[in-house]
Design a binder for this molecule. Structure first.
Ligand code: HEM
Length: 199
């Protein structure tokens, strides 16, 4: 099996080749990846970045955007995880599939994000910020990306201050989720790599 919630069929039939497993898996995650690309196009200023920098940010940041987008698949109270197929698995079932430390880090992240009760608008700007804050190594025009990041940070801060004037820590707490996403991204990349090597 392929134990990632982006997989619609984590426990498909027994006699499938590695190729078939990957083909089915890519059918289930490709639409989500396309949505990220589409979302990026609608970030004001994103299309003013060089073509190459847009690609670099999307490569580095798509997982992080998807993590925010699909954080609600993790049911913190029930300790269960819903896959894209809609099938829900309990923690012991997930552990039996081989999930472990990364899974629990994702539960922690989802819990912290949910506790901030972001509105749709706040979540939208935050998600744009996540993409623009992706790994900057090899940027052609880093200062243009930085300007865009600063614009998004200012927009997010004023929106959050407007929405919750009595909770001054809310903005800071939200920004602290950015390094969490970096960590999850690198842990998840290792899983992805070792899956490809093992199979
Ligand atoms: C594990 C691929 C996005 C959550 C994995 C594995 C692969 C993979 C190959 C290893 C599976 C195994 O060893 O059986 C991908 C690809 C993604 C993607 C190609 C992007 C399109 C995501 C997202 C989330 C996620 C957005 C969270 C919302 C997980 C979890 C595991 C996992 C929880 C298992 C962690 C553990 O073993 O503790 N993923 N994934 N993945 N992925 Fe993904």
């Amino acid at each position: 099996h392929l134990a990632c919630p982006m997989n619609a069929l984590p426990r498909g039939g027994p006699l499938r080749s590695v190729q078939e497993v990957w083909e089915e898996f890519s059918l289930s995650f490709t639409p989500a990846v396309r949505e990220v690309v589409e979302f990026a196009r609608h970030i004001p200023g994103f299309q003013n970045l060089t073509q190459q920098d847009q690609v670099t940010l999307l490569k580095a940041g798509t997982f992080e955007v998807l993590m925010v987008r699909f954080a609600t698949l993790f049911d913190v109270r029930e300790r269960s995880l819903r896959f894209l197929s809609g099938a829900t698995y309990s923690l012991p079932e997930l552990q039996a599939m081989g999930m472990g430390e990364l899974l629990s880090s994702m539960f922690d992240f989802s819990e912290k994000l949910a506790s901030l009760n972001l509105s749709q608008e706040e979540l939208g700007i935050f998600t744009a910020l996540v993409l623009v804050s992706a790994d900057r190594s090899g940027m052609e025009n880093a200062s243009l990306v930085e300007q865009l990041q600063e614009t998004l940070i200012r927009a997010l801060r004023s929106l959050i201050l407007k929405n919750s004037p009595n909770d001054t820590s809310r903005f800071t707490k939200l920004l602290l989720r950015l390094p969490d996403l970096r960590t999850l991204n690198s842990m998840h990349s290792e899983k992805l790599l070792s899956f490809r090597v093992d199979t």
